[in-house]
Design a protein around this ligand. Structure first.
Ligand SMILES: [Mg+2]
Length: 136
């Protein structure tokens, strides 16, 4: 499982969802959670953290956001050598469910259909960790 110090970026355009996800992550034990309100802002956080030497180690992003969607963010992230292996979880709504194939092809680590329970979130994150850290 991701260590408690993992630097996590939560991107969602709805403040209530960001708060909920952040609280779930804190409940699981994570200490370093930063937020972004859209895909563009999320990319800015990724770049500034990378440049500061404190790279983001897990992205939890909503799909449907203004300026840049979660899928577009994922594609930009995967296009960079620095983030080719960055764990990336997409939060989708029921209506995006049939589009997940595109996200899988784009290299998403895992996706979660909203709303989800903290326990389900934790299990998914364990799976993501195992996927990105085989043998650990
Ligand atoms: Mg949204």
């Amino acid at each position: 499982m991701f260590p408690p110090e993992t630097r996590i970026l939560v991107a969602d355009d709805m403040p209530t969802i960001r708060e909920l996800v952040k609280n779930q992550l804190k409940g699981i034990g994570f200490k370093n959670v930063v937020e972004a309100s859209d895909g563009e802002a999320a990319m800015n956080v990724l770049v500034s953290n990378q440049n500061a030497g404190t790279p983001i180690q897990l992205v939890v992003s909503d799909w449907n956001m203004p300026k840049m969607t979660g899928l577009e963010l994922l594609k930009q992230v995967r296009a960079s050598a620095d983030w080719a292996q960055l764990p990336f979880v997409l939060l989708t709504s029921e209506s995006e469910r049939d589009q997940v194939t595109e996200a899988i092809l784009a290299g998403v680590s895992q996706y979660l259909v909203k709303p989800f329970a903290a326990k389900v979130f934790e299990e998914k994150l364990k799976g993501v960790w195992a996927k990105h850290n085989p043998g650990k």
